[in-house]
Ligand binder design. Structure first.
Ligand code: ACM
Ligand code: ZN
Length: 483
């Protein structure tokens, strides 16, 4: 017997019999020794007793009770529940395509129901800057717009915009009410074409470029030899910290090609002056300066796993492990560093179900095989990103994320040994009407675990798109016009 609840509670004892929860008296008890997110619910004939440390545990207890109540009578039982992981995140890329504030709220509402507790908001990238800035107005005048919608969409001439500080604060408050922390990401030194389009002097060559319109990895990155770049980064982080009150800031660090740094006198001078071995260490130097700045303000940094490549990253940094064939993230965790699992092959929700079926997403044990006993203690949790190069509207986002996001929710909360895919699917089916009430159209069940023919088609479409001359141009030679 299981409860019709997602994520599945970790322990339930059934005593036989059923009651209507609406007829039960609710009693709250507290136990100061319990962890914040822990809750115990005893459902008896006549009384529902909820014991927690405080409000947060009560909130999770009620999320569980709401789902039980939706399925009719409740079994007489005792639920003792505590999340497997303290970090349960969802990431939205609002840089490549923006969502409306109402769409973001709908997504957050759904995520909250499944006990996610962190919203990682990817707010700037090569294709757009999305935060209102008073200090650096050109970020909004120039960096927030691209001319030609891009990503293969020929239909729109100008695309973009940004979220005002008031809108961002509204989202932060909406999350706070649901015990969700918001972590903004300011990606640097790479993925910064929108910044450089606004302030070309921050790049190595100082040349004017445009906000990009295709996916890919771009060579124009922030110059690590120029002090003005650090002043800019500190300045924008100050402004971001005024809006986002949380403890954590994500500083990106992914996909930063070193071609410009290799040919830049300022970058090369910096390498010499600081006694660095190469450009990879220069990225380590760059990241550590940013992290020290944040630490001095009482903040902690998250960064994508490429930031480990320098071998000298400040070891208080939380590493987001997305694509790490050499398993540096696991090594980092085995040596005491904190990591979050966001594996590309399982948790990247922008890839077709043919490549990443629901069963595969569900099946990942966040205790990755390369982790030892210590390493496992250092997995803070899980996160599922939705990158939006090819996710232009909320219907597409809903289809790609639901139900796979719900699978990640269960892996973040329920110990792997209690997970059961068939049972999970049965519980997911019951979520459709709730999601629809939010305007979220979950993918049909026929899409969740495609057969071989669909998988083959997805693979062949991918191959075709990789071989498409326009795509080759965009991904391999993104800056070919300014070589
Ligand atoms: C990433 O997907 N570049 C973090
Ligand atoms: Zn440079």
């Amino acid at each position: 017997m299981t409860l019709n609840v997602i994520p599945k509670p970790n322990t339930v004892e059934f005593y036989g019999g059923e009651v209507w929860l609406s007829e039960n008296k609710v009693t709250y008890k507290t136990n100061e020794h319990y962890p914040d997110e822990y809750y115990c619910i005893e459902i008896t004939d006549g009384e529902t007793i909820i014991t927690t440390k405080g409000e947060k545990g009560r909130y999770y207890a009620h999320l569980t009770l709401t789902q039980i109540e939706e399925s009719g009578k409740a079994p007489v039982c005792k639920i003792i529940d505590l999340p497997a992981f303290s970090y349960r995140g969802f990431m939205i890329d609002s840089a490549r395509h923006m969502q409306t504030i109402d769409e973001i709220k709908a997504y957050i509402t759904a995520a909250a129901r499944f006990k996610f507790n962190t919203f990682h908001w990817h707010l700037c990238d090569d294709q757009g800057w999305r935060i209102e800035s008073e200090k650096y107005p050109r970020l909004n005048e120039i960096g927030s717009w691209r001319y030609g919608h891009g990503f293969g969409n020929p239909n729109m001439s100008k695309y973009g915009g940004y979220y005002t500080k008031e809108e961002i604060k509204e989202i932060i408050e909406f999350c706070r009410e649901r015990y969700i922390d918001v972590i903004p990401e300011i990606d640097m030194p790479g993925h910064t074409s929108a910044i450089i389009a606004s302030y070309p002097e921050l790049s190595c060559r100082g040349k004017q470029i445009g906000v990009e319109m295709q996916g890919g990895i771009y060579k124009n990155i922030l110059c690590a030899g120029n002090e003005d770049v650090f002043s800019f980064c500190f300045g924008i982080l100050d402004e971001v910290m005024e809006i986002f009150p949380g403890e954590y800031i994500h500083i990106g660090g992914d996909e930063a090609p070193k071609a410009r740094w290799c040919n830049c006198q300022k970058c090369q001078n910096r390498i010499k002056e600081e006694g660095l071995k190469n450009e990879e260490e220069l990225q380590g130097y760059f990241a550590n300066r940013i992290i020290s700045y944040l630490e001095a303000k009482g903040k902690k940094a998250l960064a994508w796993n490429e930031s480990l490549n320098s071998g000298m990253l400040n070891n208080n940094t939380i590493i987001c492990d997305w694509m790490d064939r050499k398993h540096k993230s696991e090594e980092y965790a085995n040596n005491g560093g904190k990591i979050i699992v966001e594996d590309f092959y399982h948790y990247y929700l922008d890839y077709e179900y043919g490549m990443t079926p629901l069963k595969k997403t569900y099946g990942l044990n966040p205790w990755l095989p390369e982790l030892d006993y210590i390493g496992r203690q250092n997995v803070l949790g899980v996160e599922a990103p939705i990158w939006t190069e090819y996710v232009e509207d909320f219907d597409r986002m809903s289809y790609m994320c639901f139900p796979r996001l719900i699978a990640v929710a269960e892996s973040g909360w329920t110990l792997d040994k209690y997970k059961d895919y068939e049972d999970f699917k049965a519980r997911v089916r019951n979520q459709r009407s709730f999601l629809e009430s939010l305007g979220i159209k979950m993918a049909d069940e026929s899409a969740w675990d495609p057969g071989l023919s669909v998988k083959a088609k997805v693979m062949s479409d991918r191959l075709k798109s990789i071989l498409d001359p326009a795509m080759i141009g965009a991904t391999l030679f993104p800056n070919k016009d300014d070589e």
